[in-house]
Design a protein around this ligand. Structure first.
Ligand code: NDP
Length: 315
């Protein structure tokens, strides 16, 4: 297969990728966008998005992403299904290998690959994968109607997942390793005010048990320096302990921090490789919001256009 050439390649289809596509499309860069592992990104597995400006009544994550996708298509973005499996950013044009074997040669690259849910690292998470362990309540919550579930984590995601599950399940336990929730005040209030949710502070999940799927979790409680181990019967175990940036294939070329977030020049999406930009959660350990991702996608496309213009590659 002959290599395909483009001026602007965008990898990832969350708010960052689609917004970059809208701007790059309107700037006549004829961008190609690969949707990646999770078309539409993380918002497609959330429920209601209440904090994206312009939606006073809230909007479902899937609808929001579909709107952004259509807007990107309207301006001529070539949106494709596929995952980038390798990258060579040693010289321009940069070469990106797609999982169908195709190689795209691009003058500018916008990395908007987002971040993926983290797991605790317990062997049992693998053992019971698809049999009671999940990192997405909105995807799998349906299976736990009138059952008992546990959610691990104390951030906004954990609270959101617990609240969503409380609408379906009989009982929800929130397993929090510290003695406080990190989530925003409004989410804390909602969780604490929900009679179906019990918060287990200072608890860690250390294993799972069950014959044909999860039947319970082994817990370790650390109260006042004293450790107590006990088992809690549950039917579903949900992880909501944060995310890992999807930067592996680019990490040999661009600077990343200790967690793997791509480091960009302050206030810009510029990586240390000229013409390569990073937008959205893959480069944002701090805000990680749809609106900030969208904004950085916009900046990345503007920078790509400037880069191409300065390099005399626009026409
Ligand atoms: P966070 O990093 O905010 O929270 C992760 C939670 O998981 C923390 O409570 C953390 O505990 C806990 N945790 C991490 N590792 C472990 C572990 N190994 N064992 C047990 N617990 C662990 O991630 P979120 O995904 O919740 O949120 C990410 C960002 O997205 C935040 O900025 C959040 O505000 C935002 N967000 C906003 C939403 C909204 O506004 N609607 C919805 C969802 C997310 P500890 O506190 O002890 O570190």
């Amino acid at each position: 297969m002959e290599n395909e050439k483009t001026k602007c390649l965008i990898i990832g289809s969350g708010p960052a990728g689609y917004t970059a596509a809208i701007y790059a499309g309107r700037a006549n860069l004829s961008p190609i966008l690969y949707e990646g592992l999770q078309p539409g990104g993380q918002l497609t597995i959330t429920t209601e998005v209440e904090n994206f400006p312009g939606y006073p009544q809230g909007v479902s994550g899937t609808d929001l992403m579909e709107d952004l996708r259509m807007q990107a298509m309207r301006f001529g973005c070539d949106i494709r299904t596929g995952i980038a499996t390798a990258a060579d950013l040693s010289k321009r044009p940069y070469r990106i290998t797609i999982d169908d074997g195709r190689i795209i040669e691009t003058e500018t690259l916008i990395i908007a690959t987002g971040a993926t849910a983290k797991y605790l690292g317990l062997e049992d998470e693998q053992k019971y994968a698809g049999m009671g362990v999940s990192a997405c309540a909105t995807c799998d919550g349906f299976f736990y109607r009138n059952k008992t579930v546990a959610v691990v984590g104390g951030g906004d995601t954990a609270c959101e997942e617990a609240l969503y599950l409380a609408g379906l399940a009989k009982e929800v336990y929130l397993i929090v390793r510290k003695d406080y929730l990190r989530a925003s005040k409004i989410m804390q209030q909602r969780v604490m005010g929900n009679e179906k949710i019990t918060i287990l502070f200072k608890h860690n999940a250390v294993g799972l048990y069950g014959e044909n799927g999860v039947e319970g979790v082994h817990l370790l409680e650390n109260a006042g320096g004293e450790e107590r181990r006990y088992d809690l019967p549950i039917d579903g175990f949900f992880l909501a302990i944060g995310h890992k940036p999807n930067s592996e294939i680019f990490a040999p070329y661009v600077e990343t921090d200790a967690t793997g977030y791509i480091v960009t020049e302050p206030n810009t999406p510029k990586t240390c490789v000229p013409g390569v930009f990073a937008a959205g959660d893959v480069a944002d350990p701090i805000y990680r919001q749809a609106i900030t991702a969208a904004a950085s996608g916009c900046k990345a496309a503007i920078e790509a256009e400037r880069f191409l213009s300065e390099a005399g590659l626009l026409h």
